[in-house]
Design a binder for this molecule. Structure first.
Ligand SMILES: [Zn+2]
Length: 217
């Protein structure tokens, strides 16, 4: 039998779109096919606990928390056939070349991540990952306001839309998020040429580590 051709599958969309459920479905299929699978997630993702992928509907799946692409590279074993990564947008940019290389080696790489930040702008390196993908599954949520299909993630501070100038990734903050359609999605102080200014706000801002129970972007 010829050596398998690798593939890079990116599962994307807003929050509450079912990305984790789709990743888990893909991982389950690989396990049924008796593949050697390793599942990773960003150590920044502390939604429920540190050892499992937890989806919004309560499904859980064991995953190894890692904090950098260097750690990923170190932890993937030589005979692993399927590599799955949750919340890939939280990693450093090195994860892009790594995913591409693993696919070139003949492995199946399945990653899930947000394609847009709370401003509705492209999220970090995600556009590059989407371009390099062999397959993209883009999922939509349901708008929490009007019930139509939603592609945006609304950040709320004390129930009000967050401001454009806030950092893209917030850890330990008290913000809330919901899925919104284009019409209901709101960003305070958004500039007209928003796309160009968005690139200045891509760094992580962390508060106290003890407060990192809530994983937010
Ligand atoms: Zn709406």
């Amino acid at each position: 039998m010829p050596k398998p051709v690798g593939t890079l599958l990116v599962i994307t969309g807003s929050m509450f779109a079912g990305k984790s459920e789709e990743l888990i479905r893909q991982v389950r299929r690989a396990l049924y096919a008796r593949k050697k699978v390793q599942v990773f997630k960003s150590a920044l993702d502390n939604r429920w606990d540190s050892a499992a992928i937890a989806t919004h509907n309560g499904v859980r799946f064991e995953a190894i928390p890692v904090s950098s692409s260097a750690d990923l590279e170190r932890l993937v074993e030589p005979d692993t056939e399927v590599i799955a990564i949750e919340e890939v947008q939280f990693f450093d940019e090195g994860v892009v070349a790594l995913c591409d290389r693993w696919a070139n080696e003949g492995r199946t790489v399945i990653v899930a991540g947000l394609d847009q930040d709370f401003r509705g702008q492209p999220f970090g390196f995600m556009p590059v990952l989407l371009a390099l993908a062999d397959e993209v599954i883009k999922l939509r949520a349901i708008c929490a306001r009007c019930g139509q299909l939603a592609s945006k993630t609304q950040r709320l501070v004390d129930g009000r839309p967050a401001s454009w100038d806030e950092p893209t990734i917030l850890i330990g903050a008290a913000e809330k998020y919901e899925a919104r359609c284009r019409r209901c999605h709101k960003v305070l102080n958004a500039p007209r040429n928003g796309h160009r200014r968005a690139r200045r706000n891509t760094q992580t801002q962390a508060t106290e580590p003890a407060e990192q129970q809530e994983r937010l972007f």
